[in-house]
Every structure is written in structure tokens, then in C-alpha cells.
Design a protein around this ligand. Structure first.
Ligand code: NAI
Length: 330
């Protein structure tokens, strides 16, 4: 089993080493190949990710990835490595489970966001003529059918009852209109799963006011990105969520948050999202201990042991990992 590890930028290496320590502690020793792609590589070599790196990623059985910086100021010279990987490996489905922990401000949240990952407003097709900047929002029938079918299959395989299509088809009649139309068509093939729809602004409101009515939220690229950060606030911190990016041939596990430049090198990053992402990888390989790690994280939070600063505690990243591993041993 070959796992490509991307330690990433910013707090990436800190949370990746925390996550790998937890995996070692449960006796998970696959073959790892480390890829230092991202901003640091770009500064050293003037390239953020090479064809060789992409080949390694394509050959790996799974990819475990920490966040990578995309500086907004380098308009013409630096493309997002995260988006490049998603596009090159056709990782078309991004799954972001939102589940309350004992420390969460909103209890009993159990929502899964499924986001189309390869097009929409993150098409990367942008122009600027000195006066006007444009971004092309590309929605294709093919990619919409692929993600909608994926979402219904996901719901069936994971005992989910309802899928809500989240869009803004009243304003973006062509792009969101197509996405919604495909959703309604595909939904007819799955009568056992309830389906409904919400405008994205109302969805943001419902996530805060009536989250218990929401089950699977299916949406386009940027809406999914924004709504999952809102979801992270309901759960308690951006540092708590893991995600899965799935394609036909590749699978990548990563936390939902970014490189957190404001806390780099301070040993205070919350590694939970990275660790949760790695437990999804264990599930994928059929390694039963993923569930044990998640239960132990719940126990740690339930007893308010060693919380990191984002959760109001004083623990360092290393304290958190030590306590988690000790709790699992007991
Ligand atoms: P961010 O998620 O890095 O940070 C937002 C806030 O959340 C900050 O206050 C940060 O300290 C906090 N935070 C995030 N993760 C945390 C953790 N594990 N523990 C404790 N606090 C945490 O978002 P921001 O500032 O918008 O982006 C920073 C960089 O990250 C940008 O260059 C962006 O492009 C990149 N990014 C990369 C992603 C990826 O590789 N998948 C995803 C999102 C952003």
C-alpha cells in the first residue's frame, strides 16, 4: 500500500506529523512517499508542483494532504496547487462530514456536504484587461450528472435519507439552472432518497437556524467551500473537520482548513481535522481503528482534556496528540 504524503505549507507539517504519529500508534505502517509541493517548493525551484509529483500522486493508493498556501498577491505566477491536484487527478467529489463533538456550540449536527470539485467558479479561467476582471463559471452537464449520481449513491451506501440541492438558479439561470435540472432528473431514479432544494443564501440561514432538518447538502464548488467553513463554526473550529476528495482512480484525504499563517510554528494548531481525515483513509482501506480514533477524540473533548487554543484551551499540538494516544491505549 503506497500513500503519498503532502506535508504542505504553514501549519501543514505540524499537523501532518501529529497525524502520522497517531497512525503509527495504532500500528498502521504503510509505505509512505513524501512530496514537498507548494509555496516553499515554488520559492526554491520556481515551480509549485511538477509533472513528476503528479505522476507519483497518480500512482499512489491514497494521498494524505495537509493544506497548501495560495498567495492572492501573485496574480500571474502561482496557480493553486490544491486545485491543480483536484483537476489533474479528476477528484470530482469533495465530501465534508459535519458532526458535532461534545465541545461543539451546536449539538447533534449530522450533515454531509458534497461539493462538485472540478469546475464552477473555481474553473481557473480568469482574465484581466487592466480595467475589468472576469472569472468564468463553468458548469457542464457531464460533471453535474457525475456528482449528482455520486451523491445519491453516497446517500444509499451511508444510510442517508435526504439530499438537498443547494444552488442560486433564480439568479444564475444558466449555470445553477443546469445543475438543478440535472439534479431533478437524476433524483427520479432514486425514489428511496428524499430530495429537495434550497437557495444558497437560505441554506446558510437554515444551517444555523434549523440544522437538524438538513442531511446531505449537494452543491457546486464555491458554495460548498463557503458553506463548509460555516459548518466548521457550528462544530466549533475550522481545525476540526476532515474531508475526502474522490475521483475514478485516485482518492485524497485532507482537513478542510488552510495553512493558518497567523499561528504557524507556535505548536498550537489543532490537528483534529488532519487526524479525522486520516481516519477516513483508514476506513477506505478497511482498517477498523479509524472509528476507534474518532471515538477517542470524542472522549478527549467530552472530558475537556488538552484543548487547543482555537477551542479555548492551552494545550499545544503535541500535548493534544500525546493525550489522544494515551487515551487510546487505556
Ligand atoms: P485558514 O483556514 O488557514 O485560517 C482561517 C482561521 O482559522 C485562522 O485564524 C487560523 O488560525 C484558523 N485555523 C485554521 N486551521 C486551524 C487549525 N488546525 N487549528 C487552529 N486554528 C486554525 O484560512 P485562510 O487564512 O483564509 O487561508 C490561509 C491559506 O490557506 C491561504 O493561502 C489559502 O489559499 C490556503 N488554503 C488552503 C487550503 C487547502 O490546501 N486545502 C484550503 C483553504 C485555504
Amino acid at each position: 500500500m503506497l500513500i503519498a504524503v503532502i506535508p504542505g505549507d504553514g501549519i501543514g507539517p505540524e499537523i501532518m506529523s501529529a497525524s502520522l504519529e497517531v497512525l503509527s500508534s495504532i500500528g498502521f505502517f504503510p509505505e509512505y512517499v513524501y512530496l514537498s509541493v507548494g509555496l516553499d517548493k515554488w520559492k526554491r525551484e520556481n515551480i509549485a508542483i511538477s509533472e513528476d509529483d503528479l505522476d507519483v500522486l497518480k500512482r499512489a493508493d491514497a494521498i494524505l494532504k495537509a493544506p497548501i498556501t495560495t498567495p492572492p498577491s501573485m496574480r500571474n505566477s502561482f496557480s493553486s496547487v490544491t486545485l491543480t491536484i483536484r483537476k489533474e487527478l479528476e477528484l470530482y467529489a469533495n465530501i465534508r462530514p459535519l458532526q458535532s463533538f461534545p465541545i461543539s456550540p451546536f449539538k447533534d449536527i449530522n450533515i454531509v456536504i458534497i461539493r462538485e470539485n472540478t469546475e464552477g467558479l473555481y474553473s481557473g479561467v480568469e482574465t484581466f484587461n487592466g480595467k475589468t476582471a472576469t472569472t468564468k463559471r463553468i458548469i457542464t452537464k457531464k460533471a453535474s450528472e457525475r456528482i449528482v449520481n455520486f451523491a445519491f449513491q453516497y446517500a444509499l451506501n451511508n444510510w442517508r435519507k435526504k439530499i438537498t440541492c443547494v444552488h442560486k438558479a433564480n439568479i444564475m439561470k444558466m449555470t445553477c439552472g443546469l445543475f438543478k435540472e440535472v439534479f431533478l432528473e437524476v433524483a427520479e431514479k432514486y425514489p428511496e432518497i428524499n430530495s429537495d432544494e434550497l437557495l444558497v443564501d437560505n441554506c446558510a440561514f437554515q444551517m444555523v437556524s434549523n440544522p437538524e432538518n438538513l442531511d446531505v447538502l449537494l452543491t457546486t464548488n464555491m458554495f460548498g467551500d463557503i458553506l463548509s467553513d460555516l459548518g466548521a463554526a457550528l462544530i466549533g473550529s475550522l481545525g476540526l473537520l476532515g474531508s475526502i476528495n474522490i475521483g475514478e482512480k485516485s482518492i485524497l484525504f485532507e482537513p478542510v482548513h488552510g495553512t493558518a499563517p497567523d499561528i504557524v510554528g507556535k505548536n498550537i494548531a489543532n490537528p483534529t481535522g488532519m487526524i479525522i481525515a486520516s481516519t477516513y483513509m483508514l476506513d477506505f482501506f478497511g482498517v477498523k481503528k479509524g472509528e476507534k480514533i474518532r471515538k477517542t477524540i470524542n472522549k478527549l473533548f467530552g472530558n475537556r482534556l488538552d484543548l487547543t487554543k482555537d477551542l479555548g484551551g492551552k494545550a499545544t499540538t503535541k500535548d493534544f496528540v500525546r493525550t489522544l494516544i494515551n487515551l487510546m491505549d487505556n
